[in-house]
Design a protein around this ligand. Structure first.
Ligand SMILES: Nc1nc2c(c(=O)[nH]1)N[C@H]1C(S)=C(S)[C@@H](COP(=O)(O)OP(=O)(O)OC[C@H]3O[C@@H](n4cnc5c(=O)[nH]c(N)nc54)[C@H](O)[C@@H]3O)O[C@H]1N2
Ligand SMILES: Nc1nc2c(c(=O)[nH]1)N[C@H]1C(S)=C(S)[C@@H](COP(=O)(O)OP(=O)(O)OC[C@H]3O[C@@H](n4cnc5c(=O)[nH]c(N)nc54)[C@H](O)[C@@H]3O)O[C@H]1N2
Ligand SMILES: [Mo]
Length: 769
């Protein structure tokens, strides 16, 4: 018998086609104008060998090996649910009693899955919060540096998270769109919380048809769709700020800056001008100066700057640009450049970050709230900026500087993850594992044998969204979607919330945790709250019963285009920004007062330790970018057929320019060894002139497969880029991930590469039937 159920995921809404209790197809939502291919991986992901069939405990942990023992190489031992709940309850009670609440790292960063009620990370935070609290993680990997910087400069993170000036306004008013990092189509495949409609491609096509000219300033030509007809400016990675200063130099030299806007709406412009023109440090930031750093011809920089000064221009940069050492600088520099042009707050002009980073950025929609999950309270107070996790584990009792504060790093004894994968998202995985091994105990809730589950002591198998009922909702999406349970739990998997409710029971607070609601009552409750919030804004949505039966609610698109900062630009005195001056802070007294040498009071060019201009490039002459994958979401769906079809001899592809390949005697399709001082990975070589010479690029998300399980220095035979990336903060200001600052060398893989083994259960574990 075939059943069809409405459902949703970060990579698109769909109808689950179910036969005999198994998902056989995920059919795109009929209203989605541009559904992506990732849905095709779902049946294999949900029922395949990578699923965890039952609870497991690491053999060494059962023998009493705690702090300092090595994880990832041991056998797993199957245990019953009753026993594993008891073990976790006892261990967390012991850690809280002996070491205090802050010794539990419960930040659990990661995307989890779509669905607001069963959101694993939210539920874990709720449980740990009620149990006394935990060490939390603030900011994110996506734009951690930018989101720390922008409140100082523009007084808001809406310039990253939206609502930003929408595509309707761009289509009607923009003449030139300068896209640092391009507008990569692959990134539009996903939205956090779930995409009801992928509107990104149709919106861009409409802008092209209206005559908007696009410039793709990126080392990778493929960072825009061909239909954009974009000019390609193949810049050296991590040098964008230098190009931006040079463009400012051109505009100022020509006397074309918008003096009125600068006077009314900004502070500190004179200091920025002195820096750009060379009055401050004796170095004029001319196009020739920038050419030497960026390898973008001075003539190109001049031409683009004058074009921008002469026509309505939208400036944008992808989030990736700030995921680099000194990643705050290009974003601040671009904001200053947009301020010079005077377009901030004008239709189709100004600045926003991430039009090319995720579906929904710039999509016209009503600003109604998204459906909120259950409330969380953490009274513990300890936190780190998320990307400093290894340092936290390495340096207990020491101070970490962050955004003007001195954070005391707690002594972590228990690490707990539900809905995230640090062995996907973090940099320098060998170093992470060495630090990880210092914990007494690691608990992981996961549906799949991902690298984080493999490096846990206690593995609790979680259901996927298809095995439960939920509501999908995203702040950037026009649809709220019913996610009907489509199949029974796979193996002995349980819902995260039910696992945590049993643990809450053992700790004596089940009723407080569940609020005595079951799944159905929670969904009605959360939906009801959202319906009220909509009503308060004059928007009527159907009641729960109708929503559930119809499968979705569509919020009508607004009639007017949205222009960010319009009120501010029209009258900055009446509508100040939320900065100390109420204006755009081209110079920030606050940031200057922190006294960090690497982030003075205005944007500056600051050389990264690892880029093509640094001394290290003598030894490791290739700059490796690790971008978001087109074939999965981070590590999710890596076990599915869409990701598999893209791999080369089972390894993650790495793109390289033909000249670089020829210089090394390498050919397309062969397995190569990518290495630096931090480690080595096997990858499949994809030779293409779409990437500039000296740069190679590999998507993130191939599950970490060390040649020797448990070793912290073994090569990854599958191609996980994070074996190679540097684990440093962007600066003390942002402390964001600097994954994009990474030099490597490449050679042929010596002999035959061993087979990839990471998509089947590890030693001691069995596969789902
Ligand atoms: N080198 C490099 N590294 C990067 C980046 C980069 O550009 N370069 N990008 C960074 C960025 S921007 C991000 S956001 C991070 C992403 O890093 P993560 O968000 O940590 O990556 P995911 O693979 O999405 O991890 C989510 C995990 O949750 C699990 N999961 C899904 N549903 C459920 C559920 O219902 N219950 C439970 N318990 N678990 C579930 C999935 O199986 C998966 O393992 O990576 C960062 N890392
Ligand atoms: N299909 C798919 N889409 C996704 C995700 C996914 O996993 N899969 N992840 C989502 C998440 S969590 C996030 S945060 C966003 C991230 O969105 P982004 O951070 O914008 O995405 P990336 O793919 O990392 O980078 C975009 C492009 O920037 C270019 N680039 C890198 N470094 C530089 C540089 O120094 N200068 C210039 N000019 N260009 C550079 C690279 O060529 C790269 O292709 O993507 C989201 N979208
Ligand atoms: Mo992200």
């Amino acid at each position: 018998m075939t059943e069809i159920k409405p459902h949703g995921s970060h990579w698109g809404s769909f109808e689950a086609v179910v036969e005999n209790g198994r998902l056989v197809e995920a059919r795109p939502f009929a209203r989605d104008p541009f559904p992506g291919s990732l849905l095709q991986s779902m049946p294999e992901a949900v029922h395949g060998k990578a699923r965890i069939d039952r609870p497991y405990v690491r053999a060494g942990w059962l023998r009493g090996e705690r702090r300092g023992s090595s994880r990832g190489g041991d056998d797993f031992v199957a245990v019953e649910w009753d026993r594993v709940i008891r073990l976790v309850a006892e261990e967390s009670a012991r850690v809280r009693a002996e070491h205090g609440h802050a010794s539990i790292l419960g930040g659990s960063y990661g995307w989890s899955s779509a669905g607001r009620y069963h959101h694993a990370r939210t539920q874990l935070h709720r449980y740990l919060g009620m149990g006394g609290g935990f060490t939390a993680q603030v900011t994110n990997y996506s734009y951690g540096a930018g989101m720390t910087l922008m409140p100082h400069v523009l007084g808001t993170n809406e310039v990253i998270q939206g609502p930003v000036t929408d595509w309707g306004s761009i289509r009607k008013h923009t003449k030139l769109m300068l896209c640092f990092g391009g507008l990569p189509l692959k990134n539009g495949l996903v939205t956090s919380g779930g995409a009801g409609g992928h509107e990104y491609v149709p919106l861009m096509k409409a802008a092209v048809a209206a005559g908007v000219r696009f410039v793709n300033i990126s080392p990778f030509k493929g960072d825009v769709g061909d239909f954009l007809g974009a000019e390609w400016v193949p810049i050296r990675p991590n040098t964008d700020a230098a190009m931006m200063f040079a463009m400012a130099h051109v505009v100022i030299s020509a006397g074309r800056e918008d003096a009125d806007f600068l006077a009314r709406c900004t502070v500190g412009w004179d200091r920025f001008r002195d820096y750009v023109m060379g009055a401050a440090d004796g170095v004029a930031k001319t196009p020739e100066w920038a050419e030497a750093i960026t390898e973008v011809p001075a003539a190109t920089i001049r031409r683009l700057a004058m074009e921008a000064a002469g026509a309505p221009t939208m400036c944008t940069a992808t989030w990736s640009i700030q995921r680099a050492e000194h990643g705050e600088q290009p974003w601040w520099a671009l904001t200053a450049f947009a301020a010079l042009l005077g377009g901030i707050g004008k239709p189709g002009q100004g600045i926003a970050f991430g039009y090319g980073s995720m579906n929904g950025m710039g999509t016209p929609r009503h600003e109604v709230p998204s459906v909120a999950g259950p409330a969380v309270r953490n009274t513990c107070g300890a936190y780190i900026p998320v990307a400093r996790v290894t340092e936290l584990l390495e340096r207990p009792g020491e101070i970490l500087q962050y955004n003007g504060r001195d954070l005391l790093l707690p002594d972590i004894r228990l690490i707990w993850w539900a809905g995230g994968n640090p062995f996907h998202h973090h940099q320098d995985l060998g170093r992470l594992l060495r630090a990880w091994n210092r914990a007494d105990t690691v608990v992981v809730q996961e549906p799949w044998w991902t690298s984080v589950a493999r490096h846990a002591d206690i593995v609790l198998p979680a259901t996927t969204t298809l095995e439960r009922n939920d509501i999908g909702s995203a702040s950037r999406d026009r649809y709220v979607r019913a996610m009907h349970q489509a199949i029974p739990p796979v193996g002995q998997a349980r819902n995260d919330v039910d696992i945590l409710a049993d643990l809450a029971d053992a700790a004596g607070f089940r009723a407080q945790f569940t609020e005595q609601r079951d799944e159905g009552a929670w969904l009605r409750h959360l939906y009801g709250r959202w319906r009220q919030a909509c009503a308060a804004q004059g928007i009527e949505v159907p009641d729960f019963e109708r929503f559930w039966a119809e499968g979705f609610v569509e919020i009508p698109a607004p009639e007017q285009d949205y222009v960010q900062f319009a009120e501010f630009a029209a009258d900055p005195e009446a509508n100040p920004l939320n900065t100390p001056s109420g204006k755009v802070e081209i110079f920030s007294e606050t940031i200057s007062s922190f006294g960090y040498a690497e982030t003075p009071g205005h944007a500056v060019w600051m050389e990264p330790t690892e880029y093509l201009g640094s001394p290290l490039a003598q030894t490791f002459p290739l700059h490796m970018l690790s971008f978001q994958p087109s074939t999965r979401l981070h590590g999710q769906l890596d076990s599915g057929p869409v990701a598999a079809a893209d791999k080369i001899q089972g390894r993650e592809p790495i793109r390289m320019h033909p000249d670089d390949a020829a210089a090394r005697g390498l050919v397309d399709g062969q397995v190569v060894r990518v290495f630096n001082a931090r480690g080595a990975v096997a990858a499949g070589l994809r030779v293409t002139a779409d990437i500039r010479p000296g740069v190679v690029a590999m998507a993130t998300g191939a599950w970490w497969n060390p040649a020797t399980p448990g070793a912290t220095d073994a090569a990854c035979i599958h191609g996980n880029a994070n074996v190679l990336t540097a684990d440093i903060g962007t600066s003390r200001l942002g402390q964001g991930s600097a994954a994009q600052s990474c030099l490597v060398q490449i050679e042929a893989w010596p002999g035959e590469a061993p087979p990839v083994t990471v998509h089947v259960p590890p030693a001691g574990a069995t596969a789902v039937p």
